[in-house]
Ligand binder design. Structure first.
Ligand code: XMP
Length: 182
């Protein structure tokens, strides 16, 4: 598995110290507010666990299962795998996702929450944002790291369901992309 990685972008220690900073900012911003975190699975499960344990607020958690990628390409449309959403009427919602690439996933989630949830506010937090040639479909309010426009895996991120359990974030070798293509 490690030999499929071209280079490591962020080691676990670097990620965790960035999460300390992000958690500090988020905890200040949501102090005295009723917060519900909506985390987007599967990609954000490790990010969610590490970030939320650093936020000392009485928050609630909802997890959404969403799919937009096939291999290394966004399918361009979002599939929600559940029909109902948690009751967040009057609460402040923070969406957590692993990576902002085209922005289509986050845009679709925000649109659905805005239309159906009755939340007092909706913000978003991503661990990674890709620097793209074109503008993304939406912006995130909290960003861990800006990364180059390359396909990355590890720390929850997958390629065809592999590599999620790598403890770091790395760029996948082109050869591994071809070998594990479906
Ligand atoms: P969009 O394009 O909608 O993409 O912003 C967001 C979702 O696509 C997945 N994604 C990636 N997954 N390495 C991955 O493992 C990547 O480089 C990558 N780029 C996008 C991810 O699930 C994210 O939620």
């Amino acid at each position: 598995m490690q030999s499929d990685i071209d280079r490591i972008l962020y080691h676990e220690t670097t990620i965790l110290s960035r999460l300390d900073e992000m958690a500090h900012t988020i905890a200040k911003d949501y102090e005295d507010k009723e917060l519900t975190v909506v985390s987007i699975l599967n990609g954000s499960f490790i990010f969610m666990a590490d970030l939320l344990r650093r936020i000392p607020l009485p928050l609630q958690i909802d997890s959404w299962s969403v799919s937009s990628y096939h291999g290394t390409k966004s399918k361009g449309h979002i599939e929600f795998r559940q029909n109902s959403i948690a009751d967040v009427i009057g609460r402040h919602v923070l969406i957590l996702d692993d990576i902002l690439d085209s922005g289509l996933t986050l845009r679709a989630i925000k649109d659905r929450l805005e239309a159906e949830s009755g939340a007092a506010s909706i913000r978003s937090c991503v661990l990674l944002r890709k620097k793209l040639q074109c503008e993304a479909a939406t912006v995130a309010d909290y960003i861990g790291f800006e990364i180059p426009d390359e396909f990355v895996v590890g720390y929850g991120l997958d390629y065809n369901e592999r590599y999620r359990n790598l403890p770091y974030i790395g760029v996948l070798k082109e050869e591994a992309i071809r070998r594990h293509a479906r």
